[in-house]
Design a protein around this ligand. Structure first.
Ligand SMILES: *[C@@H]1O[C@H](CO)[C@@H](O)[C@H](O)[C@H]1NC(C)=O
Ligand SMILES: *[C@@H]1O[C@H](CO)[C@@H](O)[C@H](O)[C@H]1NC(C)=O
Ligand SMILES: *[C@@H]1O[C@H](CO)[C@@H](O)[C@H](O)[C@H]1NC(C)=O
Ligand SMILES: *[C@@H]1O[C@H](CO)[C@@H](O)[C@H](O)[C@H]1NC(C)=O
Ligand SMILES: *[C@@H]1O[C@H](CO)[C@@H](O)[C@H](O)[C@H]1NC(C)=O
Ligand SMILES: *[C@@H]1O[C@H](CO)[C@@H](O)[C@H](O)[C@H]1NC(C)=O
Ligand SMILES: *[C@@H]1O[C@H](CO)[C@@H](O)[C@H](O)[C@H]1NC(C)=O
Length: 466
């Protein structure tokens, strides 16, 4: 056999039949940071990761222009707020596609249009109304693309794992009953008919952090020899991600759809977090993402136990640490890069760098939960002019949150803004943490293990114990 014939046969073996299905790993380009590099620089950084794809949360013209002429496949997103209007207005769908896809196509390799973001996760009444508009909107976007004669672009919607009411054991995977029939079934029908994907945001980090006593960290980080055997299917799992994805496979199967392909629209691991959060560090983040890339780019494809050998296209979350995201500290620390463009840890998304090539990582400090007292105080560099309204908010939530700050009370003197703010933050957080309050205040507040109390003024604290 001639060498060229051999190479040809070899390429048949290693390259999947459809370009859509290549194992290229992508990255989510979120922009909720005040200090992020410009699109042009960002595209350079994405290329430096050897990413194959990039997913955008809004169709930013500057970003879409910066992606022109690159070989990065692009996913654009229809914002949640437009879903309802688009669902009942084909003209609007056509216009959206014209403005946000056609205007850049094909120089920008737009390949995916995602309609909304995790819209089935919110159960507020106003948001629930949008659920039923989701699939109609998706259909209209697909129709719009077709009318512009674009057939390569897949349409879908990224959903979170909370669409499942049961995910354990994986064979018990079941969609929530409030959405299964009215929303998920028509969605699956659409995805099947158009050969699109079930886009899912899948975070073993959250599953592990919520049950760290029951789930082995190595199992979440694709490490170690631990396995779990599903008692009903008999399938043997070696990592948490596979287990979560297969729960989705079984849930789809329950609704009668056996072979809709899965696309991981987000996954990742936070590189830092708050003191009261566990396992968010550079060591774990690098370990998760590097091992993930190794799994995703393995040839032949690994798939999951329920779907061995199937390619799992994936967008890692995220390109940057984004400082404008609210919520706990982990929210602002999913990035592969800091805003200044330095990498948080080196990673090669092509999977061609062997894991042994990377230098040792800083050791993980917080794989066990912190035990002891934590206070919530004014962060270094906080904007003093914003502290006043933050104090008002903190003191206004409870009944006696700031009693000690009143004239004549123990914490009134010295009457310094920064001391009063730290007291108000600590008192508010100590009172409402159990209900989900965070110590953040738009970046004005930060957790500390150093007691800020002075003289007879005791700052309330949160006490953590195992
Ligand atoms: C949706 O349509 C209504 C009525 O045409 C309009 O008032 C509203 O501003 C639209 N919403 C958005 C987000 O465009
Ligand atoms: C549909 O959308 C188009 C384009 O935005 C708008 O001009 C039109 O008024 C909308 N139709 C309805 C019924 O809202
Ligand atoms: C299987 O899922 C159902 C809900 O869909 C749940 O009630 C049941 O507890 C689950 N079984 C196990 C063993 O977790
Ligand atoms: C899914 O699509 C295939 C062909 O694309 C079709 O044969 C099959 O019947 C569809 N499945 C369902 C449940 O509609
Ligand atoms: C970039 O920012 C990170 C985090 O703040 C810092 O550790 C690093 O030294 C910075 N790199 C450069 C080149 O400034
Ligand atoms: C501080 O906050 C005020 C009010 O929000 C704002 O006008 C000002 O620009 C901020 N200063 C800095 C240095 O960010
Ligand atoms: C404040 O006090 C009132 C009356 O005692 C009580 O009903 C309410 O729940 C309290 N609010 C908070 C936030 O603690």
């Amino acid at each position: 056999m001639r060498l060229s014939t051999l190479l040809f046969l070899f390429s048949l073996l290693v390259s999947p039949c459809s370009a859509d299905l290549s194992a290229k790993v992508g990255v989510n380009y979120g922009t909720l940071g005040s200090n992020l590099p410009k699109p042009f620089k960002s595209v350079k950084l994405i290329k430096s990761l050897k990413a194959g794809r990039v997913k955008l949360y809004n169709p930013d013209p500057d970003i879409l222009n910066a992606l022109k002429g690159t070989n990065l496949q692009v996913s654009v997103m229809v914002p949640n707020q437009l879903i309802s209007n688009i669902s009942c207005n084909q003209t609007l769908a056509d216009e959206w596609v014209k403005t946000n896809v056609i205007a850049y196509y094909p120089e920008t390799l737009i390949r995916y249009v995602l309609v909304g973001n995790e819209i089935l996760s919110s159960t507020a009444d106003a948001d629930k109304k949008v659920w039923f508009n989701l699939v109609p909107a998706i259909r209209k976007v697909k129709f719009a693309l077709k009318s512009y004669n674009i057939r390569k672009v897949k349409v879908g919607t990224p959903l979170a794992m909370d669409v499942l009411e049961s995910s354990f054991p994986p064979s018990n995977g079941t969609f929530r009953s409030d959405i299964a029939r009215p929303v998920v079934r028509p969605l699956l029908k659409f995805l099947n008919k158009t050969k699109s994907f079930f886009f899912v945001d899948c975070y073993p980090y959250f599953a592990w952090a919520a049950s760290y006593q029951d789930i082995n960290l190595d199992y979440a980080l694709f490490r170690g020899r631990l396995t779990y055997t599903d008692p009903h299917s008999g399938l043997i799992y070696t990592n948490l991600l596979d287990q979560m994805l297969d729960a989705l496979v079984f849930a789809m199967k329950r609704l009668g759809y056996l072979d809709i392909r899965i696309w991981i629209s987000e996954t990742g691991w936070p590189n830092a977090g708050d003191i009261d959060q566990i396992g968010a560090n550079v060591y774990n983040a690098a370990t998760y993402n590097r091992n993930l890339v190794k799994k995703l780019t393995a040839k032949p494809a690994k798939g999951t136990p329920a779907r061995p050998g199937v390619v799992l296209p994936t967008f890692i979350f995220a390109l940057y640490n984004e400082n404008e995201k609210p919520g706990p500290g982990t929210e602002r620390h999913w990035g592969l890069f800091y805003p200044n463009g330095s990498n948080v840890y080196p990673i090669d998304l092509s999977g061609k760098t062997p894991l042994t090539y990377y230098r040792p990582l800083p050791p993980a400090q917080n794989n066990k939960p912190y035990e002891g007292k934590i206070w919530c105080v004014v962060a270094k560099g906080a904007n003093m002019t914003e502290l006043g309204s933050a104090i008002s908010f903190a003191c206004g939530q409870g009944n006696h949150t700031c009693d000690e700050l009143q004239p004549g009370k123990k914490c009134y003197k010295p009457n310094l803004l920064i001391l009063h703010a730290s007291y108000a933050f600590s008192s508010y957080w100590a009172q409402f943490r159990k209900q989900g309050a965070t110590c953040y205040f738009n970046g004005l507040a930060v957790q500390t293990t150093e007691d800020p109390s002075y003289r007879s003024c005791n700052y309330p604290s949160v006490t953590l114990s195992s």
